[in-house]
Write a protein that binds this ligand. Structure first.
Ligand SMILES: NC(=O)C[C@H](N)C(=O)O
Length: 496
């Protein structure tokens, strides 16, 4: 066969399978081969499930033969972040404490994707319990970005995080799309680092049922794919009300794909002046200016806006997220899941302590300690209550800003991908990477990262579009307008 099927995205595969240009099994086999060939070098998957991808594809081909509808994702094999519970397939959250845990149930989002005709290529690596911005906190080893700097060196770069397996796998053509989750940037920042597209929908759009919980008031699933259209298709398949998640939005899922439009006439794009920070990376600034020019060209009016509490977003996030994590992660006690460390002569308390000491990585322990501290009597008001008040102020900032604009344009991250090992020993530096991502998370707003171009080192930079609650369409449309003008076609040179 002359065509390399792994160069195709979601829409092209779905349409090609439906038309009979190729079979779903051919597609699954082509991606399975790429997954296997890249595993040693990139470490993007924790577990590959090639037989699952082929089985799902066979079912699609059989449906086609009978003339039945194939579904929104019919014939599209995807990667599943290993934070989604998958029935009968190990689900670890990239932690030692969940190693060997095989769920009896399927997460709502993954089930919806299988129901829409997708198949599973495997479970993707991530930062442990989704805590990190580089995928270096995984118990199963870091993911290596498929990208290299153009300086002739061979430095290994971070794929971003926490959805670093997802971003690397999509960029390296190991899957046409993958699921991600975003608590404070975990879809957008890795998408920006690897030249792909990812959207975090409005909080509540995608069910959190069966997604390993990190910070429940912030966690939100979303698609990571090659382009805006592919994200729109996949998000339609993932989203929808779920009575099993008390925070699920009881709203119909819009037809985002059918309503895509890159025409920005009559739309106002807000540029938050507080995001123009001192000492900002020049290439990041330039790509932001390019984005402004592109949206203007697409017909938008550009307006200056203010989000005055921006500088408090990061400290508030790093109080609220650890506080919720300390509570959510209390359930890993050596009794109910995965690992159990039972030293000789130990009592129950010793077993809890030994299991948790052995099972959690350093970053997870750091967050549990911070979270427990900020929730403890005497500190609760000073930290947790204060952070919640800041969160409200940030939501009000956005509400006010959206009186004068329809969407907001900003960089996704303050830099391009950094080197593996560069930030891992400096948690504050690592946390600073989320500076542009966390405000939308705290406010529960839809936000997307679109590849904008390459910096001087030949590495991708992302532009972020933030929208009003429930207005994923506005976000996707602005994303499409940017994408059409950015014309980003770069992909990593294959070295693996
Ligand atoms: N989970 C996320 O959204 C990533 C963020 N960098 C964090 O470590 O919390």
């Amino acid at each position: 066969m002359s065509q390399d099927l792994t160069e195709l995205g979601v829409a092209a595969i779905r349409d090609g399978v439906a038309k009979g240009d190729f079979t779903a099994v051919e597609v699954a086999e082509a991606f399975n081969a790429n997954v296997a060939a890249a595993q040693d070098a990139l470490n993007a998957f924790i577990v590959a499930t090639p037989e699952k991808a082929v089985d799902a594809a066979k079912a699609i081909d059989a449906k086609r033969a009978k003339g039945e509808a194939l579904g929104k994702m019919g014939g599209v094999p995807i990667g599943m972040k290993d934070l989604f519970a998958t029935q009968g397939v190990q689900t670890t959250a990239a932690s030692h404490i969940l190693e060997g845990f095989t769920p009896e149930y399927e997460s709502t989002v993954s089930q919806k994707l299988w129901d829409a005709g997708a198949g599973m290529l495997g479970k993707l690596n991530l930062d442990q319990f989704a805590m990190g911005s580089s995928n270096e906190t995984s118990y199963f080893g870091n993911v290596v970005s498929p990208w290299k700097r153009n300086d002739g060196g061979n430095a290994s770069l971070a794929p971003g995080g926490s959805s670093g397996g997802s971003s690397a796998a999509v960029a390296a053509r190991l899957c046409p799309a993958a699921t991600g989750t975003d608590t404070g940037g975990s879809i957008r920042q890795p998408a920006a680092f690897t030249g792909i597209t990812g959207i975090k929908p409005t909080y509540g759009r995608c069910s959190r049922w069966g997604v390993v919980a990190f910070a429940s008031s912030l966690d939100q699933a979303g698609p990571m794919a090659r382009d805006t259209r592919d994200c729109a298709i996949m998000l339609e398949a993932m989203a929808g009300f779920d009575p099993k998640d008390a925070t699920s939005l009881d709203m119909p899922v819009p037809e985002w794909e059918a309503n895509l439009s890159a025409d920005m006439k009559g739309k106002r794009v807000g540029i938050p002046r507080e995001y123009r920070m001192d000492g900002m990376d020049e290439d990041v600034l330039k790509s932001w200016d390019d984005g402004i020019a592109w949206l203007k060209e697409a017909g938008a009016e550009i307006v200056d806006i203010s989000l005055p509490h921006t500088k408090y977003a990061l400290p508030a996030y790093y109080i609220i997220a650890p506080a919720e994590a300390s509570s959510n992660l209390a359930r890993y006690d050596g009794v109910r899941y995965g690992l159990r460390d039972l030293p000789d002569g130990a009592n129950l308390q010793d077993m809890y302590a030994a299991t948790r000491a052995a099972g959690f990585g350093a970053e997870v322990k750091r967050r549990i300690l911070i979270g427990t501290y900020v929730l403890s009597a005497g500190f609760y008001d000073a930290y947790y209550t204060q952070a919640q008040k800041v969160r409200t102020l940030i939501s009000i900032d956005f509400k006010n800003a959206f009186e004068s604009c329809d969407v907001i344009l900003a960089p996704t991250a303050p830099s391009a991908a950094f080197g593996l090992g560069e930030n891992v020993d400096d948690p504050l530096k690592m946390y600073l990477n989320d500076v542009f991502a966390v405000p939308a998370s705290l406010a529960g707003l839809p936000a997307m990262s679109v590849p904008a171009g390459l910096n001087r080192e030949g590495l991708p930079l992302g532009l972020q579009v933030i929208g009003k609650a429930f207005d994923e369409q506005g976000v996707l449309n602005a994303g499409l307008a940017l994408e059409q003008r950015a014309g980003f076609t770069a992909k990593p040179d294959k070295w693996w």
